[in-house]
Design a protein around this ligand. Structure first.
Ligand code: TYD
Length: 137
């Protein structure tokens, strides 16, 4: 499975906590884009797509949500509920996001600019894409 839960570099003292992510030191890619998700609801899911090349790290700064990660053969679920852990998602991973708390705040660091052509938004197409990759290996 091309994902990992990364313990983040946190500086903690009596004033509070400060987390740091530096390209190629704390994360395996250089960030070109950041986006964030807020005003969520448990009634609505997000995601439902894969990326051909994009890598991402998801930080859950507040609240909680669940990521379902699928590599075409295996499907695993990860609960995010701590700003001290980052979820790295590599390329070619189908992801669904659900069970958002109302106060969930996600920050996503991405390895490239937004490009809709880079998305696979149909699960059957994703499975075909994975088969093609495996044939080429
Ligand atoms: P969408 O892919 O549906 O979000 P999620 O992955 O959470 O399901 O994106 C919602 C809208 O935002 C869609 O119209 C595309 C747009 N968008 C951008 O323009 N730039 C971005 O970097 C992202 C992530 C989304």
């Amino acid at each position: 499975m091309n994902y990992a839960l990364l313990p983040l570099r946190i500086f903690s003292d009596e004033r509070g906590k400060l987390g740091v992510l530096e390209s190629y030191k704390d994360m395996p890619f250089a960030m070109k884009r950041m986006y964030y998700i807020f005003d969520t609801s448990p009634s609505f899911d997000r995601g439902g797509h894969a990326h051909r090349e994009l890598e991402q790290i998801v930080l859950c700064l507040c609240g909680s949500c669940e990521f379902v990660l699928d590599n075409g053969s295996l499907r695993e679920s990860v609960k995010l509920n701590s700003p001290e852990v980052g979820l790295y998602i590599g390329k070619n991973m189908w992801r669904e996001m659900k069970n958002f708390s109302y106060d969930c705040r996600l920050v996503v660091l991405a390895s490239d600019y937004y490009d809709e052509r880079e998305y696979i938004r149909d699960y059957a197409e994703f499975i075909e894409f994975i088969k093609e990759i495996k044939c080429k290996e």
